[in-house]
Design a protein around this ligand. Structure first.
Ligand code: SAH
Length: 333
């Protein structure tokens, strides 16, 4: 289901029909052309035949039924995962995937172990949003935030990601403010520079996970193309041009990157860089590594705080359905 396909099916119809159809799909969130009562019966029948609004998906809700993950079946038979997180304050954050599998091969990540299959098309990115928007509509709720933190590296699928963002942000469509859209990346320098020139300026999150290049390359082999100092200079530039704070994601893995030495090194790296905040993430087990214990996490956090670094700990959702960070590998049990 794409705008192009809608256009194609509606060729020959009055031009306002396309506008109506787009509103029906993206705003009214209909899942059956039967419900397109503004259209004459013949047109409804035609659309029904030529353009299915069905989204085939397996839904796994977390215990409290307000968060969960969905495995969406794409037209070519491949599958992609997306998650919904309902926060205590009522916000609904949707975490979406940009690729099937991931070419980065980070040692700690379940998606990384799957290898890379292909990029998602922008409409396959939007289908994930439509899926959750329909789910929430049934409860009279809405999506409040969208984060590109699912499977894949969004900046390696730059054009589709930014095309999808246009729809997500469009006041006549999903109408989600650019301040409520975030991209998480290993830190592709050229693409971050390119983001500065986008009309829609989204929040940037960088998966740091280590305070020096040596350790970072060990656990995130793809990062060997991006020297940390250069990466931070580029995100300094992003901050300067966009006036946004940048989130640095730091996964705490037992005995790998969680010592006092690393906390001090991270503090030094961020010295004077006021517009960053560190998001400490407890490691979700995916096989090889273990999460740091709470005492180590607290020590790490306190060292950063003592050095004047802004730091928060990430709340974990959806672990019971294998839908937490780094666990997205199309697994359900
Ligand atoms: N490729 C992008 C987008 C993936 S986002 C990126 O690297 O940022 C997924 C986030 O979850 C990243 O910060 C990733 O490093 C983190 N993550 C990966 N495996 C994890 C795990 N097992 N537990 C917790 N977080 C993990």
């Amino acid at each position: 289901m794409t705008i192009e396909k809608l256009q194609e099916v509606l060729t020959g119809e009055a031009s306002f029909r396309l506008k109506q159809a787009i509103k029906l799909v993206f705003v009214d969130l209909i899942s059956d052309w039967e419900d397109a009562s503004v259209f004459p019966l013949v047109l409804r029948e035609k659309l029904k035949q030529d353009l299915s609004l069905d989204i085939k998906a397996d839904l796994f809700l977390s215990k409290e039924q307000k968060s969960g993950k969905a495995i969406i079946h794409l037209v070519d038979g491949l599958k992609v995962e997306t998650t919904l997180m309902n926060h205590k304050d009522g916000r609904n954050t949707v975490c979406i995937s940009s690729q099937i599998g991931c070419p980065l091969a980070c040692k700690f990540c379940a998606t990384g172990k799957m290898g890379f299959t292909r990029n998602l098309d922008y409409s396959e990115i939007l289908i994930q949003i439509i899926f959750w928007a329909r789910f929430l509509k049934n409860k009279n709720e809405k999506i409040s935030n969208v984060v590109f933190m699912g499977m894949g590296e969004p900046l390696l699928n730059y054009d589709n990601v930014f095309k999808a963002i246009k729809f997500i942000n469009d006041p006549d469509l999903f109408n989600i403010s650019s301040r409520k859209i975030a991209i998480s990346t290993i830190g592709l320098i050229n693409e971050i520079k390119k983001m500065v020139n986008e009309r829609i300026k989204v929040d940037l999150a960088i998966s740091l996970h280590a305070p020096n290049d040596f350790l970072r390359r060990k656990i995130m082999p793809y990062s060997e193309n991006y020297q940390l100092e250069k990466l931070l200079d580029t995100s300094d530039f992003y901050i300067k041009k966009t006036n946004r704070r940048v989130m640095l994601e730091y996964l705490l893995i037992k005995g790998v990157n969680d010592s006092q030495k690393e906390a001090l090194e991270l503090s030094r790296l961020l010295l004077g860089r006021k517009l960053y905040f560190v998001n400490l993430i407890k490691y979700n087990e995916t096989g090889s590594f273990k999460p740091s214990d709470q005492k180590t996490i607290n020590n790490f956090k306190n060292i950063l705080l003592r050095n004047g670094i802004n730091v928060i700990e990430r709340y974990r959702f959806n672990q019971d359905v294998f839908g937490a960070c780094g666990q997205l590998a199309l697994k359900t049990t």
